[in-house]
Design a protein around this ligand. Structure first.
Ligand SMILES: [Zn+2]
Length: 393
């Protein structure tokens, strides 16, 4: 008799379909390439998304209807919250949905994945921005209706199908891809801390992929943003949407987030932060984490890493300070509230190799640029934290 829960690996979607304009293509082969894999999963898809993303769903709905599938849409609301999930359950029941299609940004995809998990149906993800790797991962974050982070849910599997249509991503605001770049960068700075000394094969692989991801983002982002929709842009989209998901998939639950995401979670407790994108808060959180590492005794490595990141942040428009985030006016007690949440029991911030108190987090949050660093990195450091090539802003 099995008495213990066996660890499950949920590494990747069963299938990824990529292409430019593939959802709107009208030739028979293209229609079949999209409809056939969905039809194998179910005949009554419920398409979950925000109202903006669902406005983009018309070609997909037409394709599914041509293939004889009965598709219906459901708006998830503003957040992947318990009340949004309850409404989606009603919509899924009413439609007798046998497959869920999530279409949108991270929160819409998280809601679709969690709904499918709860009703034991397969899920298809269609990201409409490069802001997160949510289209790939077996994880959903749950927020309050006010947008405050509550908890995450580990799902049994990655999505059955991921459809990456670059034409959709290209029309998303530039700010969303920049946020995804911030979120992707965090994989290295967090995985190196939480799992960098692991000898386990898959963990070693995950940490190395996180480093590769960081290097690709540092090298290709400037050109990607200059030539929106060009070859480098497409590689950066693959990095933020796919490779960032690979890192989470291979690393699994043990390759944890650390302070960058804990600071993000803390910031979501402040209503003033709710217009700020996930990856923007995480990018700022990376700098806070590096400041904490400097204060915790890892001064040279962390300082070199920050010195490398700051010119990159300036060049691509990632937030470096609370003021950049639009939070320059928060009170001391709000700052303490965010820091205390980041340090609550069980928070991933405690994966740092030293004890962290809210006061230290507050000090790091107000000093991401201190002491004033030169804008250009000095000679390349030999440390593993700073092996990426210098960025040309
Ligand atoms: Zn993230």
């Amino acid at each position: 008799m099995i008495t213990a829960q066996l660890p499950i690996l949920a590494i990747a979607p069963a299938q990824v379909i990529r292409g430019d304009g593939i959802l709107a293509a009208q030739d028979a082969a293209s229609l079949d390439a999209i409809a056939a894999p969905i039809a194998r999963l179910g005949q009554r898809p419920l398409i979950v998304g925000g109202s903006h993303s669902l406005a983009l769903a018309a070609p997909l709905i037409g394709t599914l209807e041509q293939a004889g599938l009965a598709a219906q849409t459901a708006v998830y609301g503003r957040d992947c919250s318990e009340s949004a999930l309850a409404r989606l359950h009603t919509a899924a029941d009413g439609h007798r949905a046998d497959v869920v299609i999530g279409m949108g940004g991270g929160k819409a995809l998280d809601a679709a994945k969690l709904l499918a998990h709860q009703i034991h149906r397969p899920v298809v993800t269609v990201p409409t921005s490069g802001a997160t790797c949510a289209a790939w991962t077996a994880l959903s974050n749950v927020y309050s209706d006010q947008g405050a982070f509550l908890y995450d849910v580990a799902l049994d599997t990655c999505p059955s199908l991921l459809i990456l249509d670059y034409a959709l991503i290209r029309t998303a605001p530039r700010r969303t891809l920049v946020a995804g770049i911030g979120d992707g960068l965090a994989k290295w700075y967090e995985a190196a801390i939480s799992s960098g000394t692991s000898q386990q094969t898959l963990m070693v692989a995950a940490v190395q992929q996180a480093r590769v991801l960081r290097d690709i983002l540092l090298q290709k982002t400037p050109a990607a943003l200059r030539h929106w929709g060009g070859p480098d842009w497409q590689e950066v989209v693959d990095a933020t949407v796919l490779l960032a998901g690979v890192v989470g998939g291979i690393g699994g639950a043990q390759c944890r987030t650390v302070a960058a995401h804990a600071v993000h979670n803390g910031l979501t407790q402040l209503p003033a932060s709710h217009g700020i994108l996930h990856g923007e808060k995480v990018a700022y959180g990376i700098l806070v984490q590096l400041r904490l590492e400097e204060m915790g005794g890892n001064a040279a490595l962390a300082r070199a890493a920050r010195q490398q990141l700051l010119p990159f942040y300036r060049a691509v428009g990632l937030p470096q300070t609370l003021t950049d985030l639009g939070l320059g006016e928060i009170t001391l007690s709000q700052l303490h509230q965010a820091a205390a949440f980041a340090c609550r029991e069980g928070s991933d911030i405690h994966h740092l190799p030293f004890t962290v108190a809210p006061e230290a987090v507050m000090a790091a949050m107000v000093s991401p640029l201190c002491p004033e660093l030169r804008s250009k990195p000095a000679a390349p450091a030999r440390s593993s934290s700073s092996v990426a090539p210098e960025v040309q802003p």
